[in-house]
Design a protein around this ligand. Structure first.
Ligand code: FES
Length: 102
């Protein structure tokens, strides 16, 4: 028996970054750029239209996890990459509080 069983393979993820009006005005373009610069295995990054959370942006949605990160900026999204996408540790404090009440 293994002392440390192999970690579960991570399922493919999609990262959607709203690039519609309000999120763009709030800085969604550099957030998308940061995500596009880093290749993470099993993760695709896509620009998307309005996620229905205007004013909370820039919004980032991670699927199939159904995690909505709000008020993203390049520094915050870098943490999402390192913690959620690479280490499988979603960051509760950065999730939209209405959709992810704590
Ligand atoms: S413009 Fe981004 S959620 Fe509506």
């Amino acid at each position: 028996m293994l002392d440390n069983p192999p970690e579960e393979a991570t399922s493919p993820r999609r990262v959607l970054v709203c690039q519609y009006r309000t999120c763009r005005k709030d800085g969604a373009e550099p957030v998308l750029w940061v995500l596009q610069q880093q290749v993470v295995e099993n993760v695709t990054v896509e620009a998307c239209g309005c996620l229905g959370l205007c004013g909370s942006g820039p919004m980032v949605l991670i699927l199939p996890d159904q995690v909505y990160y709000w008020r993203m900026n390049p520094q915050k999204v870098q943490k999402v990459i390192e913690s959620h996408l690479l280490a499988n540790q979603p960051i509760a404090t950065m999730m939209h509080p209405r959709l992810h009440p704590q």
